[in-house]
Design a protein around this ligand. Structure first.
Ligand code: ZN
Length: 496
């Protein structure tokens, strides 16, 4: 029976954030070894769950090593990166002889002093396992893929959906490839191509054109000459590193020329749609006026500048201030504010509180003056059974409280930064999102797997913050130039 080592280290690092991600962030998010990896991820709609599913189907032995995950935020401290890398390498060494290695990476991890944290991790793993042992890796659709990541692995298999609802399926594909490689049925070989463009987050959605057709086209690629898999990754624009931007990857059975040809073809297709890969959402005042004018509720107001899944602060008050200013009622906003939660806990359910909430990390609007009744106190834990962006089953938003203000407006205060990927964030508290009139979600696209089915209206808002949606708002120093939309098109040519 083939033995395949399984592990991973996943972080999406926003290099514009000043906060740093330390070991405690992974201990809080998830840092499992041995059987703990199956306990945490085995049943989840996550690629690691797909690894186990592939093992059950193909009959290979999973040798669990180390799996680390933390909420997107600023880069890792160099100490955390070194420690986690060392632990993973030790666990791989302790796994004994294996026929292949299967890893789950995000692909947009940055550490202090190490812009290509995923590439360097793979180089260390390759150095440990030698040049001939298959190393198969899954990546998030937002990975910023570097040449090192491609050269140090045999196959990079990325999600093909945003919101990411195919994580388990792509993990299973990667597991199947690893098993076929481990049993010498194939020799996965890959190539990549990177068109010189940054794709607006909203244009990255895979149910919108042109990404929908580009991704759908992957299914119809000719499989007759050894083609095995292909990915189009949108990239993560909130990272100022050389690899930032989209990537097209093709994996073949020992046919590098074919892999290059397919990757370049995909890259040319993406480039040909470059003028559609942008968006111009309204600013807060306009968006809230539009929200108040519709009776198709609930209205989901999408706070693009405070997209928690992209590493933002999670406490921006820009939209709730605007909603209250324009007289909104029956609204729900979630703000990260552990101090405010403690104040609510002291007051108890039914107690009245007067406090300042949010606006403490994100300073684009002042803290919100909250005067109202503590309606709910909760431990913040809930389970999501359905496929949702990120694939997290056992969720934790930390101790949480709900304060009801005048006009039936509700402020949900959490003790952990927690993205709106599941309705469980609200329903576990006893709130009914369907009956609210306005809900602010701090996201870009990922929330849709949960919220689109209940939304009356969706309004995306060009708010300020660490994930402001227009790349032109950022000062980049390390990305490749020239690149669209930062440089004029006659200067930027398709490098494919
Ligand atoms: Zn992603």
């Amino acid at each position: 029976m083939a033995r395949i080592a399984v592990g991973g280290l996943m972080h999406e690092s926003n290099t514009f954030a000043t906060a740093r991600t330390d070991l405690a962030a992974f201990e809080s998010g998830g840092l499992e070894t041995g059987d703990g990896i199956f306990q945490r991820w085995g049943e989840a709609h996550h690629e690691v769950g797909g690894f186990f599913e592939s093992a059950a189907k193909n009959g290979f032995e999973v040798v669990p090593t180390l799996m680390g995950w933390a909420t997107p935020s600023g880069p890792l401290t160099s100490e955390a990166y070194c420690e986690l890398t060392d632990r993973l390498l030790h666990a791989l060494r302790d796994a004994g002889p294996v026929d292949a290695v299967l890893l789950a990476l995000h692909g947009a991890m940055v550490a202090d002093g190490e812009d290509d944290a995923d590439g360097n991790l793979l180089a260390k793993v390759r150095n440990l396992i030698g040049p001939s042992r298959p190393l198969i890796v899954t990546l998030d659709y937002h990975a910023n893929v570097s040449p090192l990541m491609v050269s140090e692995s045999n196959a990079l298999i990325a999600y093909r959906t945003y919101p990411h609802v195919d994580q388990r399926a792509r993990g299973k594909t990667a597991g199947d490839l690893a098993w076929r490689a481990a049993t010498a049925r194939i020799r996965p070989t890959q190539a990549m191509s990177k068109p010189p463009i940054l794709i607006h987050l909203l244009a990255q959605e895979t149910t919108r054109e042109p990404m929908k057709s580009l991704i759908d086209g992957l299914e119809s690629l000719d499989r007759s000459q050894g083609f095995l898999d292909a990915s189009i990754l949108a990239g993560f624009p909130y990272a100022d590193v050389a690899a930032t931007g989209p990537t097209c990857i093709a994996v073949t059975d020992n046919n590098l020329a074919l892999a290059s040809e397919i990757a370049e073809h995909l890259s040319a297709s993406l480039w040909s749609h470059r003028h559609q890969l942008t968006a111009s959402p309204p600013i807060a005042a306009e968006a809230v006026a539009l929200a108040l004018a519709t009776d198709k509720t609930p209205v989901i107001l999408v706070d693009l500048g405070d997209n928690i899944g992209g590493g933002s602060a999670a406490d921006s008050t820009v939209l709730i201030h605007e909603l209250l200013k324009q007289g909104a009622t029956d609204s729900i906003v979630v703000l990260f504010d552990p101090e405010a939660v403690q104040t609510c806990q002291r007051a108890g359910v039914g107690g009245s509180v007067a406090l300042s909430a949010g606006g403490k990390i994100d300073r684009n609007a002042p803290p919100l003056k909250v005067a109202g009744l503590v309606e709910i106190l909760h431990d913040g834990r809930y389970v999501e059974e359905l496929p949702r962006h990120g694939g997290i089953r056992n969720n934790n938003q930390g101790a949480t409280s709900v304060v009801r203000l005048d006009g039936a407006n509700r402020v949900v205060l959490t003790s952990l930064r927690h993205p709106p990927f599941s309705l469980g964030q609200l329903t576990s508290l006893g709130l009914d999102p369907k009956s609210a009139r306005f809900i602010v979600v701090k996201a870009a696209v990922a929330y849709k797997a949960a919220y689109a089915p209940i939304a009356g209206t969706i309004i995306e808002v060009d708010t300020p913050g660490l994930t402001a949606s227009n790349p032109a708002r950022y000062t980049y120093e390390r990305i490749r130039r020239p690149i669209l939309p930062l440089d004029p098109e006659p200067v930027v040519k398709a490098v494919i």
